[in-house]
Design a protein. Structure first.
Length: 227
């Protein structure tokens, strides 16, 4: 059974990723700063939810030593970390910490893969400009978009032979909704429908992320999804 270490398990995306992984029968280590913050439907230590199992541990995605401690013995490390109202540049710190922590692992066992939830700001729009270069983007949102872009720039310097990574960017709009199990894939271009909309439910975004864990289709690349 695939073992997943999940950072950011209490966030909007992280909780959906956790539920999707448990739904498919994976062993998930939910890494949180405060175990009490995990929703009651999936909280508990060594508990079983659906067909998967969950263990809740304390950890810090911004600390490479903490990442290494948690990542050891897992097949995949997933980061759904977001800075919230904190410093957006922590997204870059988290990316470097994840790569550094995994890279530091020794031993004969293969190092775990790394799958990181990125941002939409660095995706190209159908007209050519990046999403973050559009008119009317609030300054606070722009700061987060730029930090996600800087984190992606760092990831692209990491040889996949050293750390087997991929990064999943959301579409322009993502919000909790229905799990349909369907989505369309893209790489560096925003995925839009016939009416020019780019959106997905958080539930289907989680489906796409777990699908990537199963298929390993975007090693060393950023990709994106939308309905």
């Amino acid at each position: 059974m695939t073992k997943i270490a999940l950072f950011g398990a209490t966030g909007t995306v992280g909780t959906r990723v956790l539920r999707e992984a448990l739904r498919r029968g994976y062993e998930v280590t939910a890494v949180v700063r405060d175990p009490a913050g995990l929703p009651g439907t999936v909280s508990g230590t060594g508990s079983r939810t659906g067909t998967g199992t969950i263990v809740v541990v304390r950890g810090d995605v911004l600390d490479p030593a903490s990442v290494a401690t948690v990542a050891a013995g897992h097949d995949v490390v997933v980061s759904a970390y977001g800075p919230g109202l904190g410093d957006p540049t922590d997204l870059v710190t988290a990316a470097k910490s994840l790569i550094g922590g995994v890279r530091s692992l020794g031993g004969d066992a293969p190092a775990p893969r790394v799958v990181i939830v990125g941002g939409a700001g660095s995706l190209r729009t159908p007209g050519g400009p990046l999403v973050r270069d559009g008119a009317g983007v609030p300054a606070a949102v722009l700061a987060v978009m730029r930090a996600h872009g800087d984190a992606l720039d760092f990831l692209r310097t990491v040889p996949v032979e050293q750390v087997h990574w991929s990064c999943l960017s959301p579409p322009a709009q993502i919000a909790p909704g229905e799990r349909t199990g369907t989505y369309r894939l893209g790489l560096d271009d925003l995925v839009v429908d016939e009416e020019g909309r780019s959106r997905i439910s958080t539930e289907d975004f989680a489906v796409a992320l777990i699908d990537e864990i199963e298929r390993d289709a975007h090693a060393g690349r950023r990709f994106t999804v939308a309905h």
